[in-house]
Design a binder for this molecule. Structure first.
Ligand code: NAD
Length: 260
């Protein structure tokens, strides 16, 4: 159903974004990759997606803290592939600490990458999507778009904001074949979470295994990670014809985190 469509996946050089790029490419979607990484890593991903799935793949070096870069990324997709059909706003970072004393620089960076970047990308992609009467926008939010956790003020604020943005974009575009939804994962084993495990094991003097067990146990009914390819599968579903009237909603994939 999405064969031949063109997708931008921000932050797709690692973790969830990379898995979404694989899942969409496996369905025949051309992919514009984005995210940080050295030249050999990026060339490797471009070549792997291209040879494995036979789709067109390119890379935008846009920095999600820079609105002009983001507009250039949408322009690049339109120029290289002809149009932007699917936009996955996935790039994100995390930094933890209590609100009093939380780094102002980190706050600004998290709001820029985890929230404002999605606004800039959606704003630039919408006119073309509306003109062609087709668009699938997927915002990778988090359970932290639905509930809070201590020490995550910027992340929780950004992800709640992203859920709000998702609803407004859906409401504004109901006259088109254009959907906008947010995926809200719980713990997914990626470099972003590895860093949190590492920080906590250093701070608490425990092993990574102990911290992992505690982290999963504190939050989720299911004491296991969601795998990145599950998020990829959900993104493919949201782009499928079966999901064409799912819009403005949040889908938690969180091992029961938000059931409590
Ligand atoms: P990750 O660290 O593995 O990947 C993050 C990606 O974003 C990388 O490709 C990185 O290069 C890119 N990125 C970071 N800053 C960027 C910038 N300024 N410009 C462009 N690209 C940038 O992290 P992940 O765990 O795969 O996270 C992906 C998304 O999923 C994030 O939005 C995160 O908040 C969300 N999420 C993750 C989890 C989890 O448990 N891992 C849970 C819920 C939500």
């Amino acid at each position: 159903m999405i064969k031949g469509k063109n997708a931008i996946v921000t932050g797709s050089t690692s973790g969830i974004g990379l898995a979404i790029a694989h899942s969409l490419a496996a369905e025949g979607c051309n992919i514009l990759l984005n995210g940080f990484g050295d030249k050999s890593l990026i060339t490797g991903i471009v070549n792997e997606l291209n040879s494995k799935y036979g789709v067109r793949v390119d890379y935008s070096p846009a920095d999600m803290t820079k609105p002009k870069d983001i507009v250039d990324m949408i322009d690049m997709c339109d120029r290289v592939f002809g149009r932007t059909d699917i936009l996955v706003n996935n790039a994100g970072i995390q930094a933890t600490g209590p609100t009093d004393g939380y780094s102002i620089e980190k706050w600004d960076q998290i709001i820029a990458i985890n929230l404002s970047a999605s606004f800039h990308a959606i704003r630039a992609a919408l006119p073309g999507m509306k003109k062609r009467n087709y668009g699938r926008i997927i915002n990778i939010a988090s359970v932290h778009g639905l509930v809070g956790s201590i020490d995550k003020c910027a992340y929780v604020a950004a992800k709640h904001g992203l859920v709000g943005l998702t609803k407004v974009v859906a409401l504004e575009n109901g006259d088109y074949d254009l959907t906008c939804n947010a995926i809200c994962p719980g713990w997914v084993h990626t470099p972003l979470v590895d860093k949190q495990i590492d920080d906590r094991s250093k701070a608490e003097g425990k092993t990574a295994e102990q911290i992992t067990k505690e982290m999963l146990g504190e939050k989720q009914a299911m004491k296991r990670f969601t795998e990145t390819d599950q998020i990829g599968g959900l993104a493919v579903y949201l782009c499928s014809d079966s999901a064409r009237t799912i819009t403005g909603t949040t889908i938690a994939i969180d091992g029961g985190w938000t059931a409590a």
